[in-house]
Design a protein around this ligand. Structure first.
Ligand code: M6R
Length: 614
């Protein structure tokens, strides 16, 4: 978590830093700060608890001049969110300042050593320890800042993306990373540093993704230089960004989340584009084709992910088992990595991540890789750490997802995972040609069906108004709809702070049924399919206890309509593809409830978009 930005060039740094921080606020938003060397040569540091807008108010009448600077938006790990713990942090002499995304795990022992050497600390952060250490090494070994930084980083256990600014050198920035992301934009005699490309794209499309344990030496008027922390020279690899500026702006919507919900017909289409052709029966999945034999012979697939991506992984479990007849285990990355899991060298691991930066997923990948498994990534962010750590993969093409609550990334993940399962099933011969063709055809109709569901927004908003003051909610589904129940509950709790649980509908009677009374809204997916009658029985069980039923049903359904308090009719599709359509009403419902409760939809409390700490 945390977002970092830096600038050096001929323009004024402050507006660039602030705009960049606003783009990165999805990564953390409990405090923000900047440091610039002013036109008069002063080092000005402004930092404030709260959002970037609070920092802007705070620095209104201050000297914000300078063509070199760094900025940070924080998601607190060490030390509560307050002005002092905000970044940038000073070294002992206050000559150096640093911003940091990540965690220095051995900060306590480093701090103890520094305290013995007379250092005093202002904050409770791990970051302050590192900048003190860098200065300490520089002073005691009498070496240049770049070498001191390399020496300090060799002592660090943990993750970091850092940028250091020296008061006495207004022409240089030092940046380094391990585990946390960093990209440098290369402009015309100017450089931009950021946690992702969103603060950079409006200035340049030429970027360099910094690798772990690499240090970038960024000097005004010079070429970008990169060295490893062991001082080996590296040639920067400049890539062209594919991102467009409008993709990261709200485009007239009140919130990114709503914009992203509405983008789903497009993002689902984009995730299929160039891959699927129902006319020819062609399904091109480059990453899988490279490892096709491994997929065909796999005795098992392990899916590792967190949060919404884990829910998409659960849909993949049903798909791969049904069509490709490969047993699938879906694992929370955070549990998997710490329980000494049994991993075979012929296992296929599918790691799913929107951001491609989730620390637990990344660590689980490394563990499975070390045991010889083949790792396949399903990531949204191109060039992200997970995309680079995997052996092969298929990108989702959802475009930048900025709202903290994941929406279009989920449907893009399910789209790609469906195509993967069908591709493997076809290659293995576990699916009949006619069924395969029928599913490909049906996949192509999904964007239009999602479009239809989006037209129900006004009626969903009315339902939201009725349940906005609930304290609890239950989400039920069976089969392919069970992961959607989990996802519906996660969406509601994370942005509206209403306690919600997702359950397999039949499990309700093993406990949660005790919670049901007239105040309990129960959100059920009861679309036509193999479990339809059984779900109808579950609905009756809820109604018998006076619970409120809000059901997503197949268009034209009569039975559920007769017993539910509200129905949301969605277009009919194949049962295995229903998650792509049935999740939309739950996304809209959560969105409207959160807005009506006055919650910050795009930046819910305590959360961050990419969880780069474990
Ligand atoms: O970037 P990732 O897909 O790896 O992120 C995983 C979770 O942190 C993420 O899905 C989180 O649960 C979202 N807030 C859900 O809306």
């Amino acid at each position: 978590m945390c977002g970092i930005v830096g600038y050096i060039g001929n323009r004024q740094a402050f507006p660039i830093l602030v705009k960049g921080l606003q783009r990165l606020e999805y990564r953390g938003y409990d405090s923000a700060g900047v440091a610039m060397i002013s036109d008069k040569g002063n080092l000005n540091v402004y930092k404030k608890k709260g959002k970037v807008s609070d920092l802007l108010d705070f620095s209104k009448d201050k000297d914000k001049s300078g063509t070199i600077g760094i900025g940070h938006t924080r998601w607190a790990t060490h030390g509560e969110p307050n002005d002092v713990n905000s970044h940038p942090h000073y070294s002992q002499t206050k000559d150096l300042v640093m911003i940091h995304n990540g965690i220095i795990e051995n900060y306590a022992s480093l701090k103890e050593g520094l305290e013995k050497r007379g250092h005093t600390f202002l904050s409770q952060t791990d970051t302050e320890v590192l900048i003190h250490l860098i200065e300490d090494i520089r002073k005691h070994e009498d070496i240049k800042l770049g070498y001191a930084l390399m020496a300090a980083l060799k002592q660090v256990i943990g993750a970091y993306a850092i940028v250091v600014l020296d008061k006495n050198d207004p022409d240089t920035l030092f940046a380094a990373k391990k585990g946390s992301p960093m990209v440098i934009g290369v402009g015309n005699n100017e450089f931009f540093i950021a946690s992702d490309a969103s603060p950079i794209v409006e200035y340049t499309k030429n970027v360099v993704y910094i690798e772990d344990e690499h240090v970038a030496i960024i000097r005004r008027g010079e070429e970008l230089k990169i060295r490893t922390i062991r001082d080996k020279e590296i040639t920067p690899y400049v890539q062209e960004l594919e991102m467009e500026l409008e993709a990261i702006e709200k485009g007239g919507y009140d919130h990114f989340m709503l914009k992203e919900i509405y983008e789903q017909p497009r993002s689902i289409f984009d995730s299929m584009r160039g891959r699927l052709n129902s006319e020819t029966g062609h399904l091109k999945m480059g990453g899988i084709e490279e490892h096709e034999t491994k997929f065909i012979n796999a005795k098992r697939i392990l899916v590792i992910a967190c949060g919404t991506s884990w829910h998409a992984g659960m849909v993949a479990e049903y798909l791969f088992e049904e069509y490709a007849r490969i047993p699938v285990e879906v694992e929370y990355a955070s549990e998997f990595r710490y329980r000494n899991p049994i991993i075979y060298s012929d296992d296929i691991v599918i790691a799913i991540s929107q951001s491609g930066e989730t620390a637990d997923t990344l660590a689980a990948i490394e563990l499975a890789k070390a045991k010889g498994a083949t790792i396949f990534g399903v990531c949204n962010v191109v060039g992200s750490s997970i995309a680079r750590a995997t052996h092969a993969g298929s990108y989702t093409h959802a475009g930048p997802e900025i709202g903290v609550a994941s929406t279009k990334a989920f449907t893009a993940q399910v789209t790609v995972l469906t195509l993967m399962a069908l591709h493997v099933a076809k290659a293995k011969g576990t699916i009949a040609e006619s069924r395969y063709r029928q599913l490909l055809y049906e996949m192509e109709t999904i964007p239009a069906k999602v479009e239809e569901v989006l037209k129900l927004n006004d009626s969903i908003k009315k339902i939201a108004a009725k349940y906005k003051d609930s304290s609890n909610a239950l989400y039920l589904g069976r089969g392919y709809s069970f992961p959607v129940a989990l996802e519906g509950a996660l969406k509601l709790k994370e942005i509206s702070y209403i306690h919600a649980e997702g359950y397999p509908a039949a499990e309700m009677k093993h406990g949660p049924i005790a919670l049901i009374d007239e105040a309990m809204p129960v959100f059920v997916i009861a679309t036509k399919g193999a479990n339809y009658e059984k779900v109808v029985s579950n609905i009756q069980e809820v109604k018998a206890r006076k619970g409120q039923i809000i059901a997503v049903v197949t268009a034209g359904d009569k039975d559920v309509k007769g017993m539910a308090d509200h129905v949301i009719e969605i277009p009919e599709t194949d049962e295995s593809l229903v998650p792509l359509v049935s999740v939309i009403p739950w996304q809209l419902l959560s969105y409207h409830i959160a807005v009506m409760r006055g919650c910050n939809v795009d930046q819910p409390r305590n959360l961050a978009k990419s969880v780069t700490v474990e």
